[in-house]
Design a protein around this ligand. Structure first.
Ligand code: NAP
Ligand code: F7E
Length: 344
């Protein structure tokens, strides 16, 4: 029997990698995108699966549309990846973020309960839900303390997933994923901003990379590893909540140094805080500086995850190291610039 998977947010980074994985496993993949937006399928094309995913429009803010789409497909598995996923923007668009990232989860769960109760459900939850917290490493038992509208909306979606699991008996799982990146990452996120800008600088662009807080630390993994974990969660007899993370902490500053190194630069830092400048050690040319525009109204200093439950119960671990990830991202951006493409 061919299984059907329904993937919301199919045109995003994770939607593309997850769809490829599911197609490789023989699934029929129905991918939902938001009709109001430009239908930008570049990520599906980059992975060579543009024509293999059945694309349907879905408006997550309209319950009748959500119910009709789920009722007509009746998928075996539904992965809810759609979201306004940029934390910085959520301070400017708190209501939309609350609707798309929070209430929309309830619309999907309610539709599943009403018209397709045997559908297994995956919710894309996030390490941002931990916010500023006392734990050195965060796991499924660490208390949440969200500090952005994005994190608060996601926490609501997380608890509704738990609620529909316990109250209505749905097979509903929540993946609490730490940052995961790839060459398909949007350029608004710090990792891709860094790799794309260095790829341009290394090929002659007269640019200086402008960043916000260089000293925040995140746990960065490769998106291709994380979508394996999503799929594994829905193959378990019982649903649950799982942290996916590498367990390694890296500052933005260290990520920049690593990307610069792939391009043949060694960075030397001078100045503190907003005065920090990173210069090419050989020429003295400034390559990185701080611009306070990129500081958040509230940020989280450090996030690093403990994925031992996922390892124990799912057999999941992150396989790609930070160095391999950075190299992969820089080299793909470098090759695209070389081909004369403007980077997406
Ligand atoms: P992404 O690249 O931003 O993809 C999200 C997708 O959701 C985009 O294609 C976007 O469409 C779509 N979307 C936004 N608002 C929508 C709406 N109202 N209706 C329908 N679709 C909408 O994000 P990602 O990195 O793949 O992340 C996937 C999910 O995991 C997100 O829910 C994110 O919050 C969550 N997450 C990500 C990470 C990470 O590190 N990547 C970590 C933890 C959790 P447009 O392209 O049209 O905007
Ligand atoms: O920021 C700092 C910034 O925007 C990472 C999403 O996928 O992961 C992602 O959210 C850190 C923050 O990702 C710049 O302040 C410094 O502390 O790449 P980011 P994010 O906010 O961690 C989580 C897990 C998700 O769930 C989200 O959906 O880097 N930072 N300078 C900067 N960030 C950006 N974007 N740009 C800068 O110039």
């Amino acid at each position: 029997m061919i299984k059907t998977a329904f993937v919301t947010g199919v045109l995003g980074q994770d939607g593309a990698y997850l769809s490829r994985l599911l197609l490789e496993k023989g699934y029929r993949v129905v991918g939902a995108y938001r009709q109001s937006a430009l239908m930008n399928t570049w990520r599906l094309s980059a992975l060579g699966i543009r024509d293999d995913v059945e694309l349907i429009p879905l408006e997550l803010l309209d319950y009748s549309n959500v119910q009709r789409c789920i009722g007509s497909v009746k998928p075996d598995e539904l992965y809810n990846l759609a979201a306004q996923s940029f934390v910085g923007l959520s301070f400017e668009q708190p209501l939309y973020t609350g609707d798309a990232d929070g209430l929309a989860v309830t619309r999907i769960l309610e539709a599943i309960r009403s018209v397709s109760p045997s559908t297994r459900f995956y919710q894309a939850s996030t390490s941002e839900m931990f916010g500023q917290n006392q734990a050195l490493v965060q796991s499924e038992t660490t208390p949440f303390n969200p500090s952005s509208p994005y994190a608060i909306a996601k926490l609501y979606g997380h608890w509704m997933t738990v609620n529909y699991r316990t109250v209505h008996g749905l097979h509903a799982s929540s993946g609490i994923l730490f940052n995961h990146e790839s060459p398909l990452r949007g350029r608004e996120f710090v990792t891709r901003k860094i790799t794309a800008t260095f790829a341009e600088i290394a090929q002659g662009a007269d640019k200086v990379l402008e960043l916000g807080n260089l000293d925040v630390a995140r746990d960065w993994g490769f998106a291709g590893d994380y979508v394996r974990g999503m799929h594994l969660m829905l193959q378990q007899d019982k649903p649950g909540d799982y942290v996916l993370a590498t367990g390694r902490k890296t500052t933005v500053r260290a990520f920049v140094e690593c990307a610069a190194k792939v391009c043949g630069y060694t960075l030397e830092w001078e100045g503190e805080g907003v005065q920090s400048v990173g210069r090419d050690a050989r020429s003295g040319r400034p390559l990185v500086r701080v611009n306070p525009v990129f500081f958040r109204l509230a940020d989280v200093d450090v996030l690093v995850g403990d994925a031992s439950k996922a390892k124990r119960e799912l057999g999941w671990t992150a396989e790609v190291s930070l160095e391999q990830l950075v190299e992969k991202m820089v080299l793909e951006d470098y090759a695209a610039v070389r081909r004369g493409e403007s980077l997406s």
